[in-house]
Design a protein around this ligand. Structure first.
Ligand code: DAH
Length: 341
């Protein structure tokens, strides 16, 4: 273009065509700059004014100014109509059909294990048990020693303990709450202590974190028969009146005698399924008469008072109640699964 500047008329005609052809706002901005901008073609003409005769300078200057004003006005007009078009397009795209049924809002619910826990607490309160809590980061002294599980005791291996630092563990069971609760109190005592516990083994059947409910009663003449009565009532409440229980003689350092407790698999009605490993029975937890030395550790006279205790898996109860075959499902944040429960 250098040397032969275009006429103002032809620039204006070109500008009109370009603005009319600009199809969206970015194209419009670009077209406007091409003619009106500092490096645009009208500015190029203005730069030649200095070399003209005064009269010619005035004539050309006025022509350029007139053309600039008209192009500017045209660009503004074009902008308004392009913006209006965009609004219409937006409206058309998001068109609202008010006759469509509303989207159902998702309802939050309590987690099955939380529900089982609350239900268990309500049940035990009808038997006069209060709820106690203990810390999940626990002293080894409470988690093991005061329960007569000394440092070299093989029972510690079975627990696959997570150590936080020497002397401090993630509690491997809820039994330390027995110690915390009984120390400094005198019988009669009746408590449950639900909560999370941690062990180092993970498989479809086990999770590194799971929940237990500890229960214990200390009173004059408390017996194993009382323990059985309470556990039968508990099991029937959670799993229905048809559930069967099986007590197997066992060993825990903090109870004597001790038993492990199984319940009949409610999922297959004991026909045998993957959840009960085709045995018809599912392990629920341990129980027994509180060892006299544990009572002594808590300042309770075992000559006068007797106690029973149990520690049951809470997920197991929730699984039976809601027909959930694997504990893993309870702790995977899969909303599709949780919604079914
Ligand atoms: N704490 C034991 C465990 O987690 C279970 C247990 C056994 C709890 C006997 C008790 C009990 O209260 O008396 O393996």
């Amino acid at each position: 273009m250098a040397g032969t500047p275009q006429s103002v008329e032809s620039i204006e005609a070109e500008a009109r065509a370009a603005l009319a052809a600009a199809d969206d706002l970015p194209a419009l901005v670009e077209a406007r700059a091409r003619f009106l901008g500092r490096k645009g073609s009208l500015s190029a003409i203005l730069r030649t004014l200095g070399s003209l005769e005064p009269q010619a300078r005035v004539t050309l200057g006025e022509a350029v100014n007139g053309a600039r004003d008209r192009i500017e006005a045209l660009a503004a007009e074009r902008r308004i109509s392009l913006e209006a078009r965009r609004v219409e397009a937006d409206l058309a795209r998001g068109r609202l059909d008010v006759t469509l049924p509303g989207a159902p809002s998702l309802r939050g619910r309590l987690h099955p294990v939380t529900r089982a826990e609350r239900d268990i607490e309500a049940f035990f309160s009808t038997l006069g048990f209060s709820v106690e809590e203990g810390p999940e980061v626990e002293l080894e002294r409470y988690n093991f020693d005061a329960l007569e599980i000394p440092a070299d005791h093989p029972a510690r291996d079975a627990h696959d303990t997570f150590y936080v630092r020497p002397g401090v563990v993630l509690r491997t069971h809820t039994s330390p709450v027995q110690i915390r609760t009984m120390s400094g109190r005198q019988p009669p005592l009746r408590f449950i202590a639900p909560g999370r516990v941690y062990r180092h083994d993970a498989s479809p059947r086990h999770s590194p974190m799971f929940s237990q409910v500890e229960g214990f009663l200390v009173d004059e003449g408390a017996s194993f028969a009382d323990l059985k009565g309470v556990l039968y009532a508990f099991a029937r409440h959670v799993m229905g009146s048809d559930v069967k229980l099986r007590f197997r003689a066992s060993f825990f350092p903090f109870t004597e005698p001790s038993a492990e407790l199984d319940f009949s698999c409610v999922l297959c009605e004991q026909r045998g399924c993957a959840t009960c490993s085709r045995t018809g029975w599912i392990e629920w937890g341990g129980c027994g008469m509180i060892h006299p030395r544990v009572l002594e550790n808590c300042g309770i006279d075992p000559e006068r008072w007797q106690g029973f205790a149990f520690g049951m898996g809470m997920e197991r109860a929730a699984m039976m109640r809601h027909n959930i075959p694997q504990i893993r499902l309870l702790y995977e944040p899969d909303v599709r699964f949780l919604e079914q429960v």
